[in-house]
Design a protein around this ligand. Structure first.
Ligand SMILES: *[C@@H]1O[C@H](CO)[C@@H](O)[C@H](O)[C@H]1NC(C)=O
Ligand SMILES: *[C@@H]1O[C@H](CO)[C@@H](O)[C@H](O)[C@H]1NC(C)=O
Length: 259
């Protein structure tokens, strides 16, 4: 008798969860997955607290985040690399899905960039607020086509950085780096103003797996990524992830915790 009374609601809930899966197209759900407890690990580093999906790094394993979204913690500062440019993470907000980031190579000096322009991996991120592109050009030889604004960089060598709005690369310069700056930046011939605008950083919003993960977490699971196609996956305990509130979990006396 005791077993009947356990099985009946189980079947009902399984039945409901199948309907739920059909209705809401939940990401595929693994049962009895030992990774569950590890994907509950959140990343904290310096001012950045409790960051989970879609990021991984530190004690949060690789399969709990997107492969290109590792948060690296060095001396209590978080870093992320986007399209080969390393950024310091100034702020992270899981509720708004935003990161405030600033280029690491410009954190000390405007004159020695790693020579890659800022660009976003548009499958993963979008700009969260309006910005202007600013092009900083290096190794320029005198030419009538150089932009009118420049910043002295090294007074000994006379090296200058040419600055102009837009995503442009003067032909008489060796290299140009495009960076997003706030719309408030006006004086692009002032080293201090340009440096401060870049150092202040900009806000990006992550867009990968956001809806699927909300559904997964509401159903009691933990999100991760799986396989070569990098599908969002919902890691659960030893039941499929049905859409039940935390209170309903207690209706499973037989459910054993993993870990
Ligand atoms: C900034 O430059 C990039 C690359 O050229 C371009 O895709 C983007 O639309 C530009 N953004 C603005 C606000 O002009
Ligand atoms: C400035 O330029 C001079 C001459 O090229 C060089 O010796 C010096 O190291 C440079 N200083 C900096 C800070 O880059």
């Amino acid at each position: 008798m005791a077993s009947d009374s356990v099985h009946l609601p189980l079947i009902t809930i399984l039945h409901h969860s199948i309907i739920f899966l059909l209705l809401f197209k939940l990401p595929s759900c693994l049962s009895s997955n030992p990774t569950y407890s590890n994907c509950a690990n959140l990343i904290s580093c310096g001012q950045i607290r409790n960051i989970g999906f879609p990021f991984w790094g530190g004690n949060r394993p690789r399969e709990c985040g997107h492969p290109l979204m590792e948060l690296i913690c060095e001396n209590e500062i978080s870093y992320i690399t986007i399209n080969d440019v390393k950024y310091q993470v100034l702020d992270a907000n899981p509720d708004s899905h935003t990161l405030k980031i600033t280029r690491q190579d410009y954190s000390i000096d405007l004159c020695q960039p790693n020579q890659a322009s800022t660009s976003l991996n548009t499958q993963l991120y979008v700009y969260d607020s309006p910005y202007n592109n600013l092009s900083l050009s290096y190794g320029c030889t005198p030419s009538e086509f150089l932009p009118p604004n420049y910043i002295p960089c090294n007074r000994t060598s006379g090296e200058t950085v040419y600055s102009q709005f837009g995503s442009l690369s003067p032909v008489s310069c060796k290299t140009s780096v495009v960076v997003p700056v706030p719309l408030s930046l006006q004086e692009i011939d002032s080293f201090f103003q340009v440096y401060r605008a870049i150092k202040e950083g900009f806000v990006v919003r992550w867009i990968i797996g956001v809806e699927e993960c909300d559904k997964c977490e509401k159903s009691g699971g933990e999100c991760g990524f799986e396989g070569p196609s990098q599908q969002t996956i919902c890691y659960c305990r030893d039941v499929p992830c049905p859409n039940f509130s935390p209170d309903d979990t207690k209706a499973f006396p037989g459910t054993s915790d993993i870990g």
